[in-house]
Write a protein that binds this ligand. Structure first.
Ligand SMILES: *Cc1c(COP(=O)(O)O)cnc(C)c1O
Length: 442
């Protein structure tokens, strides 16, 4: 049988490290390579061999409207004819900035960049300049892009590949990074006490998404807000994943807590490379050229990227869109959790809106430590068997499963029925044989 995915993987490994341009895509954590994609439409992707999958990767978050949404594609097509980049101001950038300011509660001014990494990196620089302090507080298992100073105890790909830290980062760069467990207010209080008057910013995913989905406990975010205000530390919500995902105005709207600065990415670009950081005008106006903090980008505010972003955000204003997404996502998550329970498999299902993780553990998952109690061999076997049935989940236990507006209830219910059968099979497989299950290539 023809298997172009495998051929392409082998060729790619010669010229691209690991054959991929971002580590988790390699599928190492699930013990097999993921398909090479040729196209996507709605909730489906098709690989280079013509196999179709129901996709829950959603490009790792941006595709809340599904693949190749007609209006988003048309907006890009219309824009492409009048030039790809100018490096000079365009009205479209302003339009996207105004939309962001009107939608995200705490943002008064915003700067567009090209990725979530860039957004967080720039927000951290700004916070250090604004406060005149150096230290940054983050959570274990959080992920804020691959910026040196924030790659300590990271989630996402580093959690997936069990890499606690990465070489290439001088100790002096992380010397100002303080790591505390997520959902632990006492640890934050201790950090503030220990580093009094020295912490520039507390950077946090308001809903953790990169150790798998972990919701903030009751009053956690509001307590962080109070503590940081008292300390003169800026609270930065990294909403690269949660922005426009858990509500139109992001987690800050859903939980009613306003940070000083917010970073955005993923959905804000509708599938194109866009990031943004914004917040109170008093802070943001410190950015050059209105202020003294330098931050720049040749392709920032790119015409195609902003066109896709504007089209996506406009569509997200559709009345009841988030209610529908919530309802579908909850039916789906409950269906999967019930199926696992029926098969007597350990499972903790964490969900906020249309982002969720099915952790193979009976321990409630409230932070990185508890996330790591998951049985990753069981997850790997689950992933492979789902894949064989044409269902593409993110190839890691520590990532979020995304439901889009293009996933219909019948499709989601079909996935639950398939999962029921797979769970039954997993339940009768001895632990020692899990790693072999579904291993053969196609
Ligand atoms: C994805 C992500 C980033 C990094 O964004 P990139 O566009 O991949 O650089 C940063 N923070 C969070 C919370 C993310 O989920």
């Amino acid at each position: 049988m023809k298997n172009s995915s495998v051929e392409i993987h082998l060729r790619a490994q010669k010229v691209i490290p690991g054959g991929v341009n971002s580590p988790v895509r390699a599928g190492k954590a699930v013990g097999r390579s993921v398909p090479v994609i040729a196209s996507g439409k709605g909730c489906y992707v098709t690989d280079v061999d013509g196999n179709q999958y129901i996709d829950f990767v959603g490009s790792w978050g941006p595709l809340i409207l599904g693949h190749a949404h007609k209006q988003v594609v048309e907006a890009v097509q219309k824009t492409v004819k009048s030039g790809l980049s100018f490096g000079l101001p365009t009205e479209r950038e302003l339009e996207l900035a105004e939309m962001i300011v009107s939608m995200v509660p705490s943002i008064e001014m915003v700067r567009l960049v090209n990725s979530g990494t860039e957004a967080t990196m720039s927000a951290v620089r700004l916070a250090r300049a604004f406060t005149g302090r150096n230290k940054i507080l983050i959570c274990a298992g959080g992920y804020h892009g691959n910026m040196d100073a924030l790659l300590a105890s990271s989630g996402s790909g580093m959690a997936t590949l069990s890499i606690p830290s990465t070489p290439g980062i001088p100790p002096s760069v992380v010397e100002d990074t303080i790591v505390v467990p997520y959902n632990n207010i006492e640890a934050v209080k201790r950090a503030y006490a220990e580093h009094k008057g020295q912490i520039a910013a507390h950077v946090i995913e308001p809903v953790a998404g990169n150790m798998g989905v972990v919701p903030p406990q009751e009053r956690y975010l509001s307590a962080l807000r109070e503590l940081s205000r008292k300390e003169g530390t800026l609270l930065i919500f990294d909403e690269v994943m949660t922005g426009f995902r858990v509500a139109l105005g992001g987690a800050q709207q859903r939980y009613g807590v306003q940070p000083d600065l917010t970073t955005l990415g993923k959905i804000v670009g509708g599938g194109m490379p866009v990031g943004a950081y914004g917040g109170r005008a008093e802070i943001m106006s410190r950015i050059a050229p209105s202020g003294d903090v330098y931050q720049a980008g040749t392709l920032s505010g790119n015409p195609l990227a902003t066109a896709a972003g504007i089209a996506t955000l406009s569509l997200l204003k559709t009345p009841k869109l988030y209610d529908d997404l919530e309802e579908k996502s909850s039916t789906f998550a409950e269906g999967i959790a019930a199926a696992a329970k029926e098969a007597r498999l350990p499972m903790t299902c964490n969900r906020v809106g249309s982002m969720m993780t099915f952790f193979f553990t009976d321990t409630p998952v409230t932070d990185f430590e508890s996330a790591k109690t998951s049985n990753t061999a069981l997850f790997g076997a689950f992933w492979r068997l789902m894949y064989k049935e044409g269902i593409l989940l993110p190839p890691s236990q520590f990532e979020a499963v995304f439901v889009s507006t293009a996933h219909t209830l019948p499709v989601l219910q079909r996935v639950v029925r398939i999962a029921e059968d797979i769970f039954a099979k997993l339940a009768e497989t001895p632990e020692s044989q899990l790693n072999e299950l579904g291993k053969e290539t196609n």
